[in-house]
Each structure stands twice: as structure tokens, then as C-alpha cells.
Write a protein that binds this ligand. Structure first.
Ligand code: FAD
Length: 370
């Protein structure tokens, strides 16, 4: 099997299948994780994203809480919590969201002074209502990603970096991927190319799934010395106009924007950084004098905002594993199990179905219902 892309999607599916088949992961960059996987906010929230994404996140919980023996020496997750806040005008959105049948049991409503007790940076009077997801967690993305890559390479697998797939042909039951390093062949190819997934689909002649990359900007600043700040939950505007979260002695801030851009090595725009600072300063008591680090990354979505997972019916052996949007890290363990089952033509894991997974809703053959 050839896996195009060594981000979290490609690494995790390769790890799941390395014991069953020979796997080569082909990565265009020198470093796997250079793109979206290395640029995330590292949050695990079971109430974030559309319903099918929430199913995939919940189905990943056991993996995060108890990774297989030897996966990683230290825990993959740490307690964080997520506080979704609303101004007076945003309260109806918050209430609607909080009453969703699978969201309601995972949260507690928070009101009055308790909101600022939980989020000590929040400006008094800014949030009229909030909900707390106490079980939300920080993910050690590097440990997760390198754990998967290690397993993938420990089996029959190999990771080939600096190997951009530039041509893909299917002849006599084999996919041939041409890279500057060598030509690789296998009967199955997995398109885990993130923001480039549509280009890879077109290169293979299976067409596009209209997966659009969107830029999102993040920055870190010094965290003020406030009691309880380092262990306080991530604070998220209910309409995703901004968020902040304590991060190893700093604060990670994002504008949480979605700007459509072509696939590439995106960089932050000055205006977006300024807007993030403005919004966070308006909602908090923070005065940002110095920015430590800024970056931007891509979140790639299909038009219905669900991941695209499965073999296409338009070509033999071409598997889509793309469109993970803003949830590709937190859902990776369950997505990898689902993808591995589909690729190996095994039964879908029971727990995924029990949680409400709709495999057809993620299929690359689906019509986008908008
Ligand atoms: C600012 C930000 C915050 C985020 N926060 C979170 C969060 O808190 N929680 C969460 O779960 N998710 C979050 N995400 C989303 C998450 O980062 C992505 O969903 C996930 O990383 C996607 O993984 P991927 O493997 O599909 O893509 P990528 O990591 O981009 O990997 C795709 C790889 O394919 C390679 N490639 C492409 N074309 C070719 C080719 N032709 N040949 C060879 N290689 C190729 C690329 O070089 C790349 O390495 C965030 C994203 C951003 C930008």
C-alpha cells in the first residue's frame, strides 16, 4: 500500500495496517508533520465539530486515555477543559448548542462570577453565559504522530521523505507513484495529502472531492502571572471568533478564522494577527505588548464539512483519507481504525457503529447535501 502524505492521517492509517501489508508512506517534505499536523491547537473536545466528527472524536477517547502498550512513554493527553463563552447577544446560539442531545450530557452550564473564576483572564461582564466541557484535553501531538510513525516503520513499513508524488498511474492492477526519489508501486494508494488531496485525486484521474483548504492563524504570547491561569480551560468564543488557551507557560491565541486559500506553506497575515490581538484584548484583561511566535496552518474541508474516507467507486484501489478540517488530530485514532477496516475489507469496528457512525456519510461517493 502507498500512503501519500505523512501527516497524522497518513501516519495513523499506515500504523494500523503495517502488520497486515507492506506500506510505504511518501512525503513531499523533509519532515513529516510540517504542514497542518504540526500547526494545530492540539485540543481534544468531544463536542467540537459536526455530529459525525463528534462520533469519531468520542470513538478516539479510549485510545487517548489508554494508548496501546509501548505507544509512548508519557501520556498522550493532559487535562485542560474547554469553556465555550457567549456575550448577551450570542446566548441563543450557546443555548441551542448546549441542548444538542449528545452535547448536553458532556457539559455543565456556567453563569455569573463563576465564568471568570474558571477563565481568570476573561473581562468581567464580557460573557453573559458559558458552558464547560470538563473532559476536554490537550493532546501531545508530537508524541501521537511520532508514535504512529514508529509503529508504521517498525512493521513492514517505510517512510520516504522528500518524495513528492508527481505522477500517479494505474496499470495492470498496480498504482505507480512517481517521485524524485524513486517509483513506488502497490495495488492500493491512500490519498492522505491534506490540503493537496484534490490535486492528488486529479493526478490519479479520479477527480476532485472539492476539498478546500482554509487558513487559520495562531500566535503565542507571554502568559501573565495570574493564579490558576495555567490550569484554566481553553476559552472559546461560541461563534469561533477567537480562542485562547494556556500552553506551557504561554498563551496560545487564535483568530479562529477560515480564509479560503490554495494549498501551500501558508504564513500568517499581519492583519489577522492584529485582529486576533484586538478580539482577545476586548474579551479579556490581557494587554499584549509582545508576540512570541506567529504561524498559520490549513484546515481542509469538503463542502459538507465531513471527512472523506473510503475507496472511490470510480477507480480500483484508490482510497480517500482527507477533509479532516479542524478535527484531524482528535479524531485520528478512530479515523485510522475505520480506514484500516475499509482498506483491509474487514468489518467496521462495533464501537464506532454503536456511537452512531454513518460510513456512507463519509464516503467519497456521497453527494454533498448542502
Ligand atoms: C491553527 C490550527 C489549529 C488546529 N487545531 C486543531 C485541534 O485543536 N484539534 C484537532 O484535532 N485538529 C486541529 N487542527 C486540524 C488538524 O491540524 C488537521 O485536521 C490535521 O493535521 C490534518 O492532518 P493531515 O494528515 O490530513 O494533513 P497534513 O498534516 O497537512 O499532512 C498531509 C501531508 O501530505 C503531504 N503531501 C501533500 N501532497 C503530497 C504529494 N503530492 N506527495 C507527497 N506528499 C504530499 C504534505 O506535505 C503533508 O505533510 C488545527 C489546524 C490548524 C491549522
Amino acid at each position: 500500500m502507498l500512503v501519500i502524505g505523512a501527516g497524522i492521517a497518513g501516519a495513523s492509517v499506515a500504523a494500523k495496517l503495517a502488520a497486515d501489508m507492506r506500506v510505504a508512506i511518501l512525503e513531499q517534505e523533509m519532515h513529516p508533520g510540517y504542514h497542518s499536523t504540526g500547526r494545530s491547537a492540539a485540543l481534544y473536545s468531544e463536542i467540537y465539530g459536526p455530529a459525525q466528527v463528534r462520533v469519531l472524536t468520542r470513538a478516539s477517547r479510549d485510545f487517548y486515555r489508554a494508548p496501546p502498550a509501548g505507544f509512548n512513554a508519557s501520556p498522550l493527553i493532559n487535562a485542560r477543559g474547554a469553556l465555550y463563552i457567549a456575550t448577551h447577544a450570542q446566548t441563543p446560539q450557546l443555548e441551542r448548542f448546549a441542548s444538542l442531545p449528545d452535547v448536553a450530557p458532556a457539559i455543565v452550564p456556567v453563569a455569573g462570577d463563576r465564568i471568570c473564576e474558571l477563565s481568570p483572564l476573561l473581562r468581567r461582564g464580557y460573557a453573559a453565559a458559558a458552558i464547560l466541557e470538563g473532559d476536554s484535553m490537550d493532546i501531545d501531538v508530537h508524541a501521537l504522530h511520532s508514535g504512529y510513525l514508529r509503529i508504521a516503520r517498525g512493521g513492514s513499513g517505510r517512510l520516504v521523505t522528500d518524495a513528492q508524488v508527481q505522477r500517479l498511474d494505474f496499470t495492470a492492477g498496480m498504482w505507480r507513484a512517481q517521485t524524485p526519489r524513486a517509483v513506488f508501486s502497490a495495488p492500493i494508494v491512500v490519498n492522505a495529502a491534506g490540503a493537496w488531496a484534490d490535486s492528488v485525486g486529479s493526478m490519479a484521474g479520479v477527480g476532485s472531492r472539492r476539498i478546500q483548504p482554509f487558513r487559520r492563524t495562531a500566535l503565542t504570547v507571554d502568559a501573565p502571572d495570574i493564579a490558576g491561569l495555567s490550569t484554566s480551560p481553553m476559552t472559546i468564543d461560541i461563534d469561533e471568533q477567537f480562542y485562547w488557551k494556556p500552553d506551557a507557560g504561554r498563551l496560545l491565541i487564535s483568530l479562529a478564522e477560515e480564509t479560503p486559500v490554495p494549498a501551500g506553506d501558508v504564513q500568517p497575515e499581519e492583519l489577522d494577527v492584529a485582529l486576533a490581538v484586538e478580539r482577545v484584548e476586548a474579551a479579556s484583561t490581557l494587554q499584549i505588548h509582545r508576540i512570541q511566535h506567529t504561524w498559520a496552518g490549513l484546515r481542509s474541508f469538503a463542502p459538507d464539512r465531513l471527512p472523506v474516507i473510503g475507496f472511490t467507486s470510480s477507480a480500483d484501489g484508490f482510497f480517500w483519507l482527507a477533509g479532516q478540517g479542524g478535527y484531524g488530530i482528535q479524531t485520528a485514532p478512530a479515523v485510522a481504525r475505520l480506514a484500516a477496516a475499509l482498506i483491509a475489507r474487514r468489518a467496521i469496528p462495533e464501537d464506532l457503529l454503536r456511537l452512531g457512525l454513518d460510513v456512507a456519510a463519509l464516503s467519497p461517493d456521497r453527494q454533498y447535501l448542502l
